[in-house]
Design a protein around this ligand. Structure first.
Ligand code: PEP
Ligand code: MN
Length: 346
């Protein structure tokens, strides 16, 4: 439930609402807004009797959130969440955030070469897995801690921010030392203990949609992170298991406007895993920008044919530069932009 205060309600009136919510055995989350303060009531499983709260002075109205997810819903918060990162990079505002790099960190020269290339084309965040969730236990599992060290090196050399995956709560602390955004992968979208740990950590979280998760499942998973106190969640559409093997996954473009309708959280698109095919990454990246995605996550490898994971869907640096040029034009056509960072070429 949301308690909407009257414009100009005093701090004392807000405190009385908080105290009453706590007396009733729930948790109160005051949210000062530009026009007025709202106080969220969390911890309820079902409808709350609001008669005591409604009678308090300064209360304008009570809104019963009708969705099973609360804090991530548009009902809870009508303005979009803007995740703010170092260096003025934002996700969820007018600017699109472009995250690019190899599927896995493979070596110092590979990650540095990839970082320089994506930076030159205008990405602001470098991606690269150090801990890799692979379908086969015999496939390359990532460099682990050494991969994190190499990402930190790439950050120091290029100034790019870092996104990388944590697969369990233990890795979360290690990853958070290096990452500006912690990725929770599709296979872990419903790993509730990992979600809770990420909710208690201080780093923004990129939550990828599970392989067969509904949009509601995705939003409920995000709710776990917000419920623990971390508001900085970025959702990611990365394709669903389909029945047609012509693409690796079925890229659900409609999830982008659907999520924007249901939630205030930003959603970015990953057309690399979404299609699994290099020749389809650029067309679907263009489509995702047109659909209103708040950013892109793109696999780029200096030599895709030699990649240790996901080479078939990785762009080479020249293809990525083309994608950036085209995506910029589309973003501008719908009133958004992809800023050109200092030192990058438009
Ligand atoms: C990845 O980003 O490399 C990855 C493993 O993604 P997903 O969890 O979407 O499969
Ligand atoms: Mn990958």
């Amino acid at each position: 439930m949301l308690v909407v205060m009257r414009p100009g309600a005093t701090a004392e009136e807000v405190r009385a609402v908080v105290a009453t919510i706590e007396e009733l055995g729930y948790e109160a989350r005051p949210m000062p807004g530009r026009q007025r303060t709202t106080v969220g009531l969390v911890g309820n499983d079902g409808r709350v009797d609001g008669s005591r709260i409604e009678a308090l002075s300064g209360v304008a109205e009570l809104i019963h959130v009708t969705k099973p997810y609360k804090q991530v819903s548009r009902e809870w918060r009508s303005e979009p969440t803007i995740v703010r990162l170092a260096g003025g990079v934002t996700i969820g505002g007018a600017d699109l955030a472009i995250m690019a790099g190899p599927c896995s960190v493979e070596s110092e020269s590979q990650i540095l070469e990839a970082a320089r290339a994506v930076r030159a084309a205008g990405a602001t965040v470098l991606r690269g897995g150090a801990f890799k969730p692979r379908s086969s236990p015999y496939s390359f599992q990532g460099l682990g801690r050494e991969g994190l060290r190499l990402l930190a090196l790439a950050r120091a050399e290029t100034g790019l921010l870092i996104i990388t995956e944590a697969m369990d709560a233990e890795q979360l602390d290690l990853v958070a030392e290096v990452a500006d955004i912690v990725q929770i992968g599709a296979r872990n979208m419903q790993n509730y203990s990992l979600l809770r740990s990420a909710g208690r950590g201080g780093k923004p979280v990129l939550l990828k949609r599970g392989l067969s998760a509904t949009v509601q499942d995705l939003l409920l998973s995000a709710e776990y992170i917000l419920a623990e106190g971390n508001p900085d969640v970025i959702l990611c559409e990365r394709g669903l298991r389909g029945f047609d093997s012509v693409t690796r996954n079925l890229f659900d473009l409609s999830a982008i406007p659907v999520v924007h309708h249901l939630s205030h959280l930003p959603i970015i698109a990953d057309p690399s895993h979404g299609t699994g095919r290099r020749d389809m990454v650029i067309p679907m990246a263009r489509a995702a920008v047109a659909a209103g995605a708040d950013g892109l996550l793109i696999e780029v490898h200096p030599t895709p044919e030699r990649a240790l994971s996901d080479g078939a869907q990785s762009l080479d640096p020249a293809q990525f530069a083309t994608l950036m040029r085209e995506a910029r034009v589309i973003a501008e056509a719908i009133g958004r932009s992809i800023p050109v960072p200092v030192g990058a070429s438009a």
